[in-house]
Design a protein around this ligand. Structure first.
Ligand SMILES: [Mn+2]
Length: 439
């Protein structure tokens, strides 16, 4: 027996916020499919974010239909109870359980979707559904749409249109409620503390894999269900690969370790990057370049407040990091020319910020009506400048070869400015070395 861990009023309130935009419409959400990993083993299951956001229901093989103002307004199609199968694969809510625990007007077996869905779509004018996720379902939906059109052939109305609801739901998700901010804070704090655990565990000779294990244990001890994304545990020059996820090398004395990892709590994700020395002490070159990136990062964090666009952070990052590249003899020439020709891309090639929430690169468009979106109180975004010096390109100082630095915090926009949700993970050189000295 299981019961939902979050009050259903959370999901009901979220749905209510969509109700005006969904007048005379049906929103259809399809649960994430399960994927086979090998043999009869499935990949660890996680519900589709929008499906969970609006239902709280975490089982696969489920479909949710929401029709504000109609009867039934909410319908959930789920796997029926099956004691024999549940003995093997675990508890299911079943039809009665879905209705009872998830506060929907109607619950059906997923087996009856083909029979029931036409009825739920007969009295709406528009369908909101994300195509191409489950193409088997799409095919069935298109057949239903076609049949519905023929059933009202003399009405001179065309097919029901199908529009993608993701940007509409993204507009909700980008603005977080106080309860959501609390959960997000838990995810960020657990992630920050887990980074400290890894700082305490790293030493020459330990594997990146073992450190990944330390991180996983630390977030799970703090209530996270899983990671928000696959951790990047990159020692030495592996840190110059942006999305390095092999995590199978041995940490060497004298190298830095780049850890980009975050835990997920109630479907909200932390996303932190820290860089620290495997042996506990930065060498002079590491210290110098790390400090320069850190200064840029702290200045960028200070810029985050209501009314700023992420684009402004990006411009500032490019300007400041190009200064660092010139200073460190990674680039030669006039700053304006180097920026104009995008020479900085050799050493800094990613965005400095993204929305953060239930998806690590969260929903919510970057522009509104063709203009860059300005941040508002309740938004959470990352700030993560980086500098990556490949080991093998000619004409750069040897002492910087193979160094990858990225420093990333999760920033909540407040009325007066911002709050750093990941401050518990040290980033000042002295603070990092102090934590590591206590190993
Ligand atoms: Mn990030």
């Amino acid at each position: 027996m299981r019961v939902p861990q979050i009050s259903m009023s959370v999901f009901e309130e979220r749905r209510k916020k969509l109700s005006n935009q969904l007048r005379d419409s049906a929103l259809i959400l399809v649960a994430n499919p399960e994927h086979i990993r090998n043999g009869d083993v499935a990949y660890a299951y996680r519900q589709d974010t929008n499906f969970f956001y609006l239902t709280g229901f975490e089982e696969p093989n489920a479909i949710f239909v929401y029709r504000p103002g109609k009867n039934p307004e909410t319908a959930l199609f789920v796997m029926p109870k099956n004691p024999d199968q549940e003995t093997w694969t675990g508890f299911r809510y079943g039809i009665d359980g879905a209705k009872k625990h998830f506060h929907v007007d109607a619950a059906f077996s997923i087996e009856s979707i083909r029979a029931e869905l036409p009825r739920l779509l007969a009295d709406v004018e528009q369908i909101h559904h994300t195509l191409f996720v489950d193409q088997g379902f799409d095919q069935m939906l298109l057949e239903i749409v076609k049949n519905l059109a023929s059933s009202r052939s003399r009405s001179n109305r065309g097919h029901l249109t199908i529009s993608d609801p993701r940007s509409m739901i993204g507009e909700l998700r980008i603005r977080k409620s106080p309860a959501e901010i609390d959960w997000h804070r838990r995810a960020c704090e657990a992630s920050a503390e887990a980074h400290v655990e890894v700082m305490r565990a790293v030493r020459p000779g330990i594997s990146e894999r073992a450190l990944h294990g330390v991180f996983l244990r630390a977030i799970m001890e703090r209530g996270c269900a899983r990671e928000g994304y696959g951790a990047i545990v990159a020692s030495g020059e592996n840190a110059t690969t942006l999305h390095y996820t092999f995590n199978d090398q041995i940490c060497r004395d004298g190298d830095l370790l780049l850890l980009d990892a975050g835990g997920e709590f109630n479907y909200f994700s932390g996303d932190i990057t820290r860089v620290f020395p495997v042996n506990g002490r930065f060498n002079e070159a590491q210290k110098r370049i790390y400090q320069k990136v850190l200064t840029v990062q702290k200045d960028l964090v200070a810029m985050v407040k209501p009314g700023i666009a992420r684009e402004s952070l990006q411009k500032e990052t490019i300007s400041r990091l190009t200064d660092v590249m010139i200073d460190e003899k990674l680039l030669r020439g006039r700053k304006e020319d180097l920026i104009e020709k995008k020479e900085y891309l050799k050493f800094y090639m990613h965005g400095v910020s993204h929305w953060l929430g239930m998806d690590v690169h969260d929903a919510g468009t970057t522009s509104v009506n063709g203009e860059p979106r300005l941040v508002e109180p309740g938004f959470v975004l990352t700030v993560e400048p980086g500098l990556y010096v490949p080991a093998d390109i000619p004409g750069i100082p040897d002492e910087l070869r193979g160094i990858g630095i990225r420093i990333e915090d999760d920033i909540l926009v407040t009325d007066s400015g911002n709050e750093n949700l990941t401050i518990r993970s040290p980033k000042e050189i002295a603070d990092i070395e102090a934590v590591m000295a206590k190993r």
